[in-house]
Design a protein around this ligand. Sequence first.
Ligand code: IMP
Ligand code: MG
Length: 187
Amino acid sequence: MSIASPVRNDVETVLVTEREIEAAVDALAAQLTEDVGDRNPLLVGVLIGAFVFMSDLLRRFDFPLEADFINASSYGDCTDPGALEIVCEMMCDVAGRHVVIVDDIADTGQTLKALMQMLQERGAASVRTCCLLDKPERRTCNFQPDYVGVTIPDQFVVGYGLDYAGKYRNLPFVGVLRPELYESGTQ
Ligand code: IMP
Ligand code: MG
């Protein structure tokens, strides 16, 4: 029996299925385990979008680590880390730590580039960036995440933590909404 889903009905195309996400998270977890599994890393999720990915990624690790979150976004020139607006600061001290910034998507790259610079300035021993999704066509600065799950075309996507106007984060896959929903700005 299929149950009508008002959220799923808004999706025109599923771009990354649940299975594809699982496979991508498995591969990222395996690579990160190899690279930082013996370094007691500090994983820093970028709120809000990264919370679903972060929780799935973390549960694939069986080595000691710490987890933290920061809510920040960059509105300015990506060469200027001062353009980073910190909405909610992280708790941990990064000095001397091997940090992995975990985000939902690399779009223009500005937020992650500025965050990386900020954590380096705070004295992190190393800073890596890990994104479930990458939209390289949208890049406005010289930035490439160290770990990418799935590369996607230049389309605005929702689901698996990513929102449109605050909604659709609860979809278990990544999809594109019907165009009239974006155009009308429906909330
Ligand atoms: P940036 O442009 O790379 O700095 O991306 C900043 C943030 O914008 C990302 O971490 C996402 O939270 C959000 N974002 C970028 N592209 C999309 C999208 O296609 N859907 C939903 N959120 C997005
Ligand atoms: Mg984000």
